[in-house]
Design a protein around this ligand. Structure first.
Ligand code: UDP
Length: 360
């Protein structure tokens, strides 16, 4: 395929540096995109909070680290909260750095889920695109996205249809899914392993429901991820028999996938309109069937009865039943589905197809 080679600036999430885990799935999404775009022959500069690191496979990308104070993520605020930017905030500083060099690039892709880059887009000659990483957790953000859709709809893209449905858009959403370097995930075929759960440990992720499933069968649940809300985590721990949760901490992808792949089933229990759900696809990439609420992205990622089971949201009894019939799922089908639907290279191609009509 003959692709026009482009020069991209990517603006990272302002919630935490890449590698911190505080930025959630966006961190891995960014790494995948950088890898994918480089492999397609594009040039990439990533503007990211100080401390950010990229894996060796991304060494050809230029990384501009910007110091400054992190933004507070919108899902931790009241839905009517106004926009706030701290003194010395990293968000405007990243935008400033990106705009300063933009004349030498074809496009800027913004990954910060924040008001300022959206608002400023129609006022600039520089072409800024936004891959929206969350559902509509804030009225102000919903308004900013709807407004931009009215004037510059093609500058917006989403990870899933379900996520996009939270926003009032002028026309059909551009949905790009997500992508992963699937070489980084090994298929493991053992079917006798433990149950697993992964994600930021915070109320919108619904860990308690997965722990209840494990406790009901006297099993242990392995839990990976950053503990964002310590009180929430300790409340869950004290509500179930000691030892039900095996806290594994926040691991790098290499170690995470190694441990994840041992599980007989992965449980995903979002309480919000999950934009995508990286961990769901990562589990399947290791051959691990996923049992999940049919809510948000996971509802579009799991082929129920083939790569796991989807159950009605918040129905813990159905989760338990689904876990009990996990042996009906062929782990090869999970891996194959990940390969078919979510490679980082295909993802980078979809990004390219999204951008190209707007800059030609
Ligand atoms: N993750 C990780 N190490 C861990 C547990 C999780 O790197 O020990 C990463 C995982 O790879 C995924 C992210 O945490 O990319 C969670 O993203 P997801 O899309 O599932 O949820 P979000 O945090 O964006 O709401």
């Amino acid at each position: 395929m003959n692709l026009k080679h482009l020069k991209f600036i990517l603006i990272s999430t302002p919630i935490g540096f890449i590698g911190s885990g505080r930025g959630g799935g966006v961190e891995l999404t960014l790494v995948s995109i950088v890898k994918g775009l480089l492999e397609l022959g594009h040039e990439v500069t990533l503007v990211a909070p100080e401390g950010s690191i990229l894996p060796d496979a991304c060494q050809r990308a230029q990384l501009i680290n910007v110091s400054g104070i992190d933004q507070v993520s919108w899902q931790h605020k009241n839905k009517n909260h106004p926009m706030t930017i701290p003194m010395d905030g990293v968000l405007p500083k990243m935008l400033d750095r990106a705009l300063h060099i933009a004349k030498d690039y074809d496009a800027i892709i913004n990954f910060s889920y924040d008001w300022l880059p959206l608002w400023i887009t129609p006022h600039l000659e520089e072409k800024i695109f936004h891959l929206i990483s969350m559902g509509g957790v804030s009225e102000l953000m919903k308004d900013a996205i709807s407004n931009l859709s009215k004037s510059h709809h093609r500058r917006l893209a989403f990870h899933s249809y379900s996520q996009a449905s939270d926003y009032c858009l002028k026309s059909e959403p551009i949905v790009l899914g997500n992508g992963f370097d699937l070489k980084d995930y090994q298929l493991q075929l053992g079917t006798e392993g433990p149950l697993g759960w992964a994600g930021r440990v915070a109320p919108e992720k619904g860990l308690e429901d997965a722990v209840e499933v494990a406790a009901s069968i006297g099993d242990t649940l392995l839990v990976w991820g950053i503990i964002e809300d310590k009180k929430y985590a300790s409340n869950i721990e004290s509500s179930f028999p000691p030892g039900t949760i095996d806290w594994r901490g926040f691991l790098d992808t290499q170690e995470f996938q190694k441990q994840l792949g041992v599980c007989r089933a992965f449980i995903n229990t979002p309480k919000w309109n999950e934009a995508y759900g990286n961990v769901v696809m990562e589990a399947m990439a290791c051959g691990v069937p996923v049992v999940a609420y049919d809510r948000g992205g996971p509802g579009e990622l799991i082929k129920s009865g083939i790569t796991g089971w989807l159950v009605p949201p918040d129905d813990i009894d159905q989760l338990k039943i689904a876990v009990s019939k996990i042996d009906q799922i062929d782990r090869n089908d999970c891996r194959n589905w990940a390969l078919q639907s979510s490679s980082h290279k295909e993802f980078a191609l979809r990004i390219h197809s999204w951008i190209i009509p707007e800059i030609e």
